[in-house]
Design a protein around this ligand. Structure first.
Ligand code: A3P
Length: 344
């Protein structure tokens, strides 16, 4: 076995003030949240103990990794990649949940300490959501280490927190989405998961978001790390909004990246399987916690943030994006970046 690599980044607790802001939105976490590396990626305190094991996961040449900031179209892309990699076997796809066919690397590290115990004693019906039950029994990264090849792996961790040989070894697909829509979608996701226990308001989530204080943030650095590698032959970079615009074209791009050869008819059939309404109906993909009104596959639009942000938030969002994008070449197709601002 290769010796364990030391983490090249540090992990610090967030300040008590920051921890309060985060915990107004997220419940069940007892340890302080942490920030990782120079960019300060926010993660639950329990990430700290598992960070080294995750950084040392053995990457295999036939792995395919899908990396995103949450709510960027991960599930949509995973179902696409699974079918492209499995000869468009729609019947098998319908027989088992996507979270089993395409597991998430760091899932265990995200489970709130309180929920961890409750799931263990079978108290919360969250157990069937996204494989949390299994992730409580065995660390998610460990299950992946033991999984047979070829593996399909989902993660929300940015490249800098992942094994350093990832890009030179395996194929990676990165999907980015307008951060404002991600924010709205993240809010509804927490609402779905925590239901009546949720205390955080939309305004509190927005406050945490614009201060880069939700798990896996800062979102722009996250996307930019992949954007900077977009010329790498093992990295395929996509925007959610482009998938909305022309799904068959985006499927063809992923298929070529994976060296798969499909006819137009097959691509169109896959595009049909992947439409918003079909995925919403598909229980193995739309894995919603319990009987919540809000579903995992929710609206599927670009620009939905407009109906959620008031004038002040809209301005703050503009400032936030102009500021975070300053000095970068990354541009979101749905955000008109103020170039003047970037020269300030
Ligand atoms: P909304 O909450 O804005 O609707 P992830 O899988 O990364 O968590 O992303 C979830 C987001 O992708 C949700 O966004 C969900 O509705 C959207 N989504 C999932 N499948 C989709 C599809 N086929 N078409 C459009 N959007 C889709």
């Amino acid at each position: 076995m290769a010796p364990l690599l030391e983490l090249p980044y540090d992990i610090q607790n967030v300040t008590p003030e920051e921890d309060k802001i985060i915990k107004k939105c997220l419940i069940g976490y007892t340890k302080p949240f942490v920030k990782c590396g120079k960019a300060g990626y926010v993660l639950p305190g329990s990430f700290k103990k598992q960070a080294e094991a995750i950084y040392n996961v053995q990457v295999r040449p036939d792995d395919i990794w899908v990396i995103t900031y949450p709510r960027s179209g991960t599930t949509w892309t995973q179902e696409m990649v699974w079918l492209l990699e499995n000869d468009m076997d729609f019947d098998s796809a319908k027989r088992s949940p996507l979270f089993e066919r395409f597991p998430m690397l760091e899932l265990t590290t995200q489970i709130p300490e309180v929920a961890f115990e409750l799931i263990k004693i079978n108290f919360m019906n969250l157990a069937h959501f996204q494989g949390l039950n299994q992730a409580v029994k065995c660390p998610s990264w460990k299950s992946l280490e033991d999984a047979p090849s070829p593996r399909l792996i989902k993660t929300h961790l940015p490249l800098s927190l992942l094994p350093p040989n990832l890009l030179n070894t395996a194929k990676v697909i990165y999907v980015a989405r307008d951060p404002r829509d991600c924010m709205v979608s993240v809010y509804y996701l927490y609402k779905m998961v925590t239901r009546s226990l949720m205390r955080g308001t939309f305004a509190q989530f927005w406050e945490a978001f614009r201060r880069d204080l939700l798990p896996w943030m800062p979102i722009v650095s996250h996307a930019n790390e992949a954007w900077e590698q977009r010329g790498h032959p093992n990295l395929h970079f996509m925007f959610y909004e482009d998938m909305l615009k022309d799904l068959p074209k985006m499927i063809r791009g992923v298929s070529a990246f994976l060296n798969r050869d499909y006819t137009d008819e097959q691509i169109n059939k896959l595009a049909e399987h992947l439409t918003f309404s079909n995925l919403k109906k598909n229980k193995n993909v739309n894995n919603t916690a319990g009987d919540s009104e809000v579903q995992f596959i929710r609206k599927g639009e670009a620009g939905g943030w407009r109906t959620h942000f008031d004038a002040k938030m809209e301005l703050q969002a503009e400032e936030y994006l102009n500021d975070r994008l300053r000095g970068l070449t990354l541009r979101y197709p749905t955000f008109e970046h103020d170039e003047e601002w970037s020269r300030l």
